[in-house]
Design a protein around this ligand. Sequence first.
Ligand SMILES: [Ca+2]
Ligand SMILES: [Ca+2]
Ligand SMILES: [Ca+2]
Length: 233
Amino acid sequence: MEHVRKLLISVVIILICLTTTGTTLGAPYRGVEFPAGAVSFADEVVDYQLNGGAASGDVSRILGIPDGKYVSLGDKGHIIVKFTDNALTTSGDSQYDLAIFEAGTSAREFVEVFISSDGQNWIKIGDANKKTLFDIDPIEGVIQGEKYSYVKLTDLTGLSKGTSYEGADMDAVGAITSTDPAPEDARAEEENEENENAERTIPENNEIPEFPTIAIPMLAILGLAFIYRRHKE
Ligand SMILES: [Ca+2]
Ligand SMILES: [Ca+2]
Ligand SMILES: [Ca+2]
């Protein structure tokens, strides 16, 4: 019986380690490593103009992690997204800082990519197609350590005119070099959290895995231990 108990204890320890570390590590998305994980991606659509056949697209599809769901911009259409729970910044070296994910299959559908710290003054950082990564450090006008919360994408080639997928098909925008949000967004975020906390009646602790995640392997282990014990007896 002693070794059964030891086995159970070690399995439980392993399970606890897996469930607590697995959720906090950086994750690869479409083969790109984002050290900050899902928070790295754009949170809000600030402005847009969808043109031609793409005019009735769903702009929210550009937000969050790359998921294959996209919004097409139409010929010369544009979209401005904002990071609110994070910000894009410089890495201080030649590592990639920004990733633009386009869902189309055409190698000729390009968008112009701009970044801004205030949503008014834009710095062009290049053109993107499919999956394109940018190192923003060497770009003229980029300030070291500045928080760039805004990204603007403008369709450049306007292919597939008249279809619902006219122009570039934008899936996601992610800050590989991701930092804390710009001060005004950090304040808004805090206020949101305060409001949420005030509304909450039941305390919530995200560190505790949800019941099914932990219960299923636990039940399996208990079952095995039971069979093992029976076998011994
Ligand atoms: Ca974000
Ligand atoms: Ca860089
Ligand atoms: Ca998407």
